[in-house]
Design a protein around this ligand. Structure first.
Ligand code: PLP
Length: 390
């Protein structure tokens, strides 16, 4: 709370004060650039606050039985909203499970291993690498191209070695740690495509019918941590491995409308509010436009800095939602940047421990104005620190 108001006294020349002052009125005096759990829309938090003691039926939603008619409404609203927002065809089921994104790294092989003993993996960063490691407990894993030393681009599809007998082909649409995002949907010649969209679901439109499974944990774009949304084509349901735990069993969840056991009911309720908010903003198409504008502004600021800031990722594969960059003169400069940005209220900008530097997460709840405040700060910081000029 104190950060930005302090800076208004101390550093009047360094930032665009008018914009910051406007923002402090509306965003609790800080801007959260964290990659997850991430910023939630203010309207959603306010509605949750207003309804926390009484969700309309005399109880808090946290006290409702998951078998009650009232909770069924919330549960079905989430499933229907996902279907509507992403245009999910009727031959796909939408499941709400626990275990996060990491849970899905196990549930995917546990539900698809009847199709064969091998799986193809497209490794583009930390998350796809972790998923491959988890799958290798249950199946043989084949990398369609050798694991690169550094994740900075996606090798051309014509060089991939896909196995036509693979049970599925797996990839991660947006590598949250590395900042690599797919500009295309891989072609798999009929082998089911499985995609981790944890950090970019609902930030752009995509054709669901190209996929066997799409999954996403909630804490980036959909709500608080605690739910994984799984969109799965009907023909892939029905053959769980005998060792598949009940809580990871897609067949049971599809059959019971995701009410196999007690779900995190409050989190599902929060999802219902976020999905309503996305609809009110104009849906996924509108999120996509905003995401493009926000990311173009940030990348342009990096490019215009003439090497003061740099992003290691090949420009064709740069993420629109999680942007890593660093100051070219090294970690000391990064540290100073992080310190001064924290002082004025930019929170959680520190890069992932594996990558270092700075990482800006700009999911759906991040406004263009907030990104502008950051880029204004970046420009001022460069002016104020000639000692970090490369
Ligand atoms: C955050 C994230 C995950 C992991 O989610 P957990 O819920 O922490 O298991 C997986 N994949 C991607 C792309 C992510 O961004």
């Amino acid at each position: 709370m104190k950060y930005i108001s302090d800076s208004i006294g101390n550093r009047s020349s360094r930032t665009n004060l008018q914009t910051i002052q406007q923002l402090t009125m509306s965003s609790n005096h800080v801007i959260n650039f964290g990659a997850g759990p991430a910023k939630l829309p203010r309207q959603v938090l306010e509605q949750a606050r207003d309804e926390i003691l009484n969700c309309g039926c005399g109880l808090s939603v946290m006290e409702l039985s998951h078998r009650s008619a009232e909770y069924a409404v919330i549960n079905n609203r989430v499933i229907e909203s996902v279907r509507q927002l992403l245009n999910v065809p009727s031959n796909y089921k939408i499941l709400l499970m626990q275990g996060g994104g990491t849970g899905a790294f196990a549930s995917v092989p546990l539900n698809l291993m009847h199709r064969g003993e091998k799986a193809d993996f497209i490794l583009t960063g930390e998350w796809s690498t972790k998923a491959a490691k988890e799958t290798s407990k249950y199946m043989k894993v084949n990398y369609v191209f050798p694991k690169p030393e550094k994740f900075e681009k996606i090798p051309d599809q014509s060089t991939w070695k896909l196995d036509p007998e693979a049970a599925f082909v797996y990839y991660c649409d947006n590598e949250t740690v590395n900042g690599i995002e797919f500009p295309f949907i891989p072609e798999t010649n009929g082998v089911p495509l499985v995609c981790d969209m944890s950090s970019n679901i609902m930030t752009r439109k995509f054709n669901v019918s190209k996929f066997g499974i799409v999954f996403a944990c909630a804490q980036k774009n959909l709500g608080p941590a605690g739910i994984t949304v799984i969109i799965i084509r009907d023909d892939l349901i029905g053959h769980p491995s005998p060792i598949c735990p009940m809580v990871f069993n897609y067949t049971l969840f599809a059959h019971d409308d995701s009410l196999v056991n007690t779900p995190p009911t409050f989190i599902v309720y929060m999802l219902s509010l976020v999905l309503k908010w996305i609809k009110e903003q104009g849906g996924v198409g509108s999120m996509e436009e905003q995401s493009k504008t926000k990311s173009q502004l940030l990348y342009k600021t990096i490019e215009d800095s003439k090497g003061f800031y740099s992003c290691p990722i090949d420009s064709a594969y740069r993420s629109r939602v999680t942007v890593p960059f660093r100051l070219s003169t090294g970690p000391e400069a990064d540290k100073q940047f992080l310190k001064e940005s924290q002082d004025i209220g930019f929170l959680q900008l520190k890069g992932h421990r594996l990558v270092g530097g700075i990482r800006v997460a700009m999911y759906n709840a991040m406004t263009l104005d907030e990104v502008k405040v950051l880029t204004d700060f970046m420009i001022k910081f460069q002016e104020q620190h000639p000692q970090f000029q490369p």
